[in-house]
Design a protein around this ligand. Structure first.
Ligand SMILES: [Zn+2]
Length: 89
């Protein structure tokens, strides 16, 4: 991917935390991420997903990072926008 080639020139601010690129939990599908993102953009609620156990978490802003997951106790909940960035679509 081109970004990694240019990263040292562009600097890390272009894509925050890109060096910590995460692997999306296999049970979190592209459709789920898009639905969560649309809900934040056009709906009435925000929710995200835990990247450790794939559980849904309410009250999770689209740009949330490392929120506590009430299902598994890990700080692995991310907002829909974060997942969207990882999908690179
Ligand atoms: Zn979890």
């Amino acid at each position: 991917m081109l970004y990694s080639f240019y990263a040292p020139i562009l600097g890390p601010w272009r894509k925050p935390n890109r060096e910590k690129a995460m692997k999306i939990h296999p049970e979190i599908s592209e459709a789920m991420i898009l639905a969560a993102f649309e809900e934040s953009a056009f709906g009435m609620s925000d929710y995200g997903f835990c990247n450790a156990c794939a559980a849904e978490r309410g009250s999770t802003e689209p740009d949330a990072r490392e929120y506590l997951c009430e299902e598994c106790g890990e700080h692995e909940v991310y907002g829909s926008e974060i997942y969207l960035m990882e999908l690179d679509i």
